[in-house]
Design a protein around this ligand. Structure first.
Ligand SMILES: Cc1cc2nc3c(=O)[nH]c(=O)nc-3n(C[C@H](O)[C@H](O)[C@H](O)COP(=O)(O)OP(=O)(O)OC[C@H]3O[C@@H](n4cnc5c(N)ncnc54)[C@H](O)[C@@H]3O)c2cc1C
Length: 419
């Protein structure tokens, strides 16, 4: 493991810092939380700026239009942009971090030529249609069906928790193309009565969201935002040429998609948690107690903040270790699961401590006059939002299963096969 930056990496960092220093002050104000067309416009125009400056697709290979940066340079990019509070990938998340990289590895030349440039320029927004009402952790139980009709598949079913579904142009969609491998015929060992694994019979399709029969119904989250949607698919016709990978081999393609999801996806949030800890400390110093002094005089509070700071710092080192291992050609599965599990739980504890410091102000997700601020409403909203972190991209229980089976060598779960 070598965590030092080379001359070339330092030069990359300095160029990026200089570009961010010029570019960020010129950005327009961000859109309102529920202005979805506005959010799409804001996120895609940021992507266009990155593209024009040569920073689009830092982790994509150069032959597919990306920067072809080393893993350490990717880490520098993520750290510098988060530290400078540059806009996050937002609506471009699925296109840049899942669909694009999956097409690079599994797509046809035609699919790559059709989609990759648009994703990099911010012209194409994607969403992910994997989860279903009865298929989340146990994703292989999915039932949305795609029946072959000549050169088309006819798709019917329902997807849920589709982030950015209401502003997406395309959806990476998992469907069941082989009804013989349907989950109801799966035995407790994950193999059907016909000897077909339930992981077989699934295909990965590119669904244009404006296809007739696609209905997007926004869902409200605990913070009142409608970032998710439900997708109702009713006799939706998609050409067979929109399939990525072979028919019934979509589970393997989905695993390729997930391998991109779990890498460094939470880096921006680690930096954000440092910001929240600093903000919480600043608020504690400013809150006057009736008997004199401030909240900061509370040694227990300072100790808790110190512990969480150390934890975040340890998690940052774990990310660097994962990246260093990946640079050396190893796959950091264990490190990625340990990180996801520990970080998402720490992130919620940081929010709890901030709520304690905010006192009454933690009852509202908006800045209240006369209470510590500005920005305390955002901290409360962030705390509620972090409830989703232990669920998204594989729940904490699923991460524990992964670690139990792959790191500790415990026996596999008999009945479940999770994402
Ligand atoms: C912020 C966010 C964004 C998301 N975005 C998308 C998206 O864009 N597209 C998409 O397709 N999906 C998306 N999802 C859905 C996400 O993938 C699922 O919520 C997740 O996989 C869990 O599935 P579930 O909600 O059906 O819960 P379930 O799988 O029903 O789990 C319920 C509970 O049972 C536990 N459990 C389940 N199986 C096991 C097991 N084998 N062992 C032990 N415990 C178990 C879980 O840990 C959980 O506590 C998103 C979710 C969130 C929170």
């Amino acid at each position: 493991m070598d965590l030092r930056l080379s001359e070339a990496e330092l030069a990359f960092r300095d160029r990026l810092r200089a570009w961010l220093a010029i570019t960020l002050p010129a950005l327009p104000a961000g859109p309102d939380r529920d202005d979805w067309p506005g959010r799409r416009r804001y996120d895609t125009s940021w992507q266009r700026r990155l593209f024009d400056a040569g920073y689009a697709g830092v982790d994509w290979p150069a032959e597919h239009g990306g920067l072809g940066a080393s893993l350490t340079e990717q880490l520098i990019f993520l750290e510098e942009t988060a530290r400078a509070r540059a806009p996050y990938v937002g609506a471009n998340f699925v296109g840049l971090l899942h669909a694009g990289p999956t097409l690079i590895v599994e797509g046809t030349d035609e699919q790559r030529a059709r989609h990759l440039p648009g994703i990099l320029r911010g012209d194409e927004v994607w969403c992910q249609g994997f989860s279903e009402p009865d298929a989340g952790s146990d994703l292989a139980s999915l039932r949305t069906s795609a029946v072959r009709d000549g050169d088309h598949y006819v798709i019917s079913g329902r997807k849920v928790w589709t982030s950015f579904g209401q502003v997406a142009d395309y959806c990476e969609l998992l469907v069941r193309t082989d009804p013989e491998a349907r989950p109801h015929s799966v035995s407790k060992h994950g193999v059907s009565k016909h000897g077909v694994s339930k992981h077989g019979g699934i295909s990965w399709l590119i669904l244009p969201m404006d296809t007739p029969g696609v209905q997007v119904r926004p869902l409200r989250t605990a913070v009142g935002s409608s970032e998710f949607s439900e997708l109702i698919l009713d006799d939706v016709r998609v050409p067979v040429s929109a399939r990525v990978g072979a028919e019934n081999d979509g589970w393997r393609v989905a695993m390729v998609t997930f391998s991109f999801e779990r890498g460094t996806a939470f880096i921006g949030d680690v930096i954000e948690s440092r910001n929240i800890i600093e903000q919480t400390a600043a608020i504690a110093r400013s809150v006057r107690l009736p008997g004199g002094g401030t909240l900061w005089d509370d040694a227990a509070l300072r100790r808790d903040l110190g512990r969480l700071t150390a934890e975040v710092s340890g998690l940052w080192s774990l990310i660097r270790k994962n990246v260093s291992e990946a640079s050396a050609g190893m796959i950091p599965v264990q490190g990625a699961s340990v990180f996801k599990l520990r970080f998402t739980e720490s992130r919620q504890r940081i929010g709890d401590l901030a709520a304690h410091v905010l006192g009454r102000a933690s009852l509202a997700m908006s800045d209240l006059p006369g209470l510590p601020g500005p920005g305390h409403g955002r901290i409360v909203e962030d705390r509620v939002n972090t409830l989703s972190f232990t669920i998204a991209a594989g729940t904490s229980q699923i991460q524990k299963n992964i670690l139990a089976e792959r790191a500790l060598g415990l026996p596999n779960e008999p009945r479940w096969t999770s994402r």
